[in-house]
Design a protein around this ligand. Structure first.
Ligand code: NCD
Length: 366
């Protein structure tokens, strides 16, 4: 750790080789957990959760403890100094003296990036608003790899809230890198996958289709990724109520699925998977939570430098070109709107007439 430490902020921060190495390490930990019981000995992980969580926080804490590390942190913004008006940057600078690694969840988009800029120790994004959730993706990938044997050529259905569902955003970006993976996006018009993500897939030549109908999609799928409608990100409660019950996977719908379908859900579920599905051998969402611990163990071991496989930041590919514009980001959910000390930063897109915010990635036309 130190000047050139690595972070995990975006799901594409690790190259495919690095990621495959991490998944391989996770599988070795599953095979012989005792061999890794002292990997984080003498190290402290801080979990800074400004937004509610059960799985992600507890699975990180469990991962650190299982590696022999120790854990400090808070589980809601109200119990941290943020409630007194402290900036995120200040919180991070202080925690740098207390911990060797920081895991952060925050309701603002780009918060993890902002935290990493203030940090001298590795920062892991455990969810920044509706934007990304890269460690859930590691859990998802480890599950898919274990159940399906690999990724190449898979048809992956994503169903529900594809607009606000950050787990879907990270998963789709990441899986789009593997050869022959295609997607079926199942959602109402209002909760369609964001335009930027569609453009991303297009740019990579990844195939996708969009539909409203779950039944017609079912027989096509190798993996079905169900999601919760993200109530906390809706501007209007009425819209939430109108859309929340659109997709419910029950026994009758599952009958349209292939015998080797793998059903995933990042959890928590509300009602989008009926309990009767839990006993079906195709339901893998509780296993997915188990794999999440091993994926996070591998991540902590690699980011702390205890296990090899992540070259220092300086040796990696160059960053995108900065755009010199003096306007603030217009996205009210962006961390730059909440942290006065952060200067706005934009990157140029290829066309030079569009750029995107370095924090929340929303686009601006020049
Ligand atoms: C997800 C999240 O927080 O984005 N949960 C998780 O981390 N396992 C999904 C959700 O809250 O719906």
């Amino acid at each position: 750790m130190g000047l050139h430490h690595r972070n995990l902020i975006n799901t594409l921060d690790f190259s495919l080789d690095e990621q495959n190495g991490l998944l391989g390490l996770a599988q070795r930990i599953i095979a012989s957990p005792a061999a890794y019981g002292r990997v984080l000995e003498g190290r402290i992980m801080a979990s800074l959760f400004f937004e509610p969580s059960t799985r992600t926080r507890l699975s990180f804490e469990s991962a650190a403890l299982r590696l022999g590390g120790q854990v400090i942190g808070f589980s809601e913004a109200g119990s941290s100094s943020a409630a007194k008006g402290e900036s995120l940057g200040d919180t991070v600078r202080v925690v740098n003296h207390y911990a060797d690694l920081i895991v952060i969840r925050h309701p603002k988009e780009g918060a993890a990036l902002a935290a990493s800029q203030a940090s001298a120790v590795p920062v892991i994004n455990a969810g920044d608003g509706g934007r990304e959730h890269p460690t859930q993706t590691l859990a998802d990938l480890l599950t898919i790899r274990s159940v399906k044997g690999g990724f190449d050529g898979l048809t992956v259905g994503c169903c529900g809230d594809l607009l606000y569902g950050r787990t879907v955003h990270s998963l789709v970006k990441n899986l789009g890198r593997y050869p022959g993976v295609s997607f079926v996006f199942i959602s109402p018009e209002e909760l369609r996958i964001p335009e930027a993500l569609r453009a991303f897939l297009h740019g990579r030549g990844a195939r996708y289709t969009e539909t409203r109908g779950m039944e017609e999609a079912m027989p096509l799928l190798d993996v079905l990724y169900m999601t919760r409608v993200q109530r906390e990100r809706f501007a209007s409660e009425q819209d939430y109520l109108r859309l929340k019950d659109l997709y419910i996977l029950d026994g009758a719908k599952l009958r349209h699925g292939r015998p080797d379908l793998c059903v995933l859900h990042p959890l928590p579920r509300v009602n989008e998977i009926a309990p009767e599905v839990d006993g079906d051998p195709r339901a893998a969402y509780f296993e997915q939570a188990r794999y999440g611990v091993y994926a996070r163990m591998a991540l902590l071991a690699m980011l702390s430098g205890a296990e090899p496989g992540l070259p220092a930041a300086g040796e990696r590919r160059s960053s995108p070109r900065p755009a010199k514009i003096e306007i603030p980001c217009q996205n009210p959910r962006c961390i730059t709107s909440a942290e006065p000390a952060l200067s706005p930063a934009f990157y140029l897109q290829d066309a030079e007439t569009r750029c995107w915010c370095a924090y929340c990635e929303s686009g601006v036309t020049l």
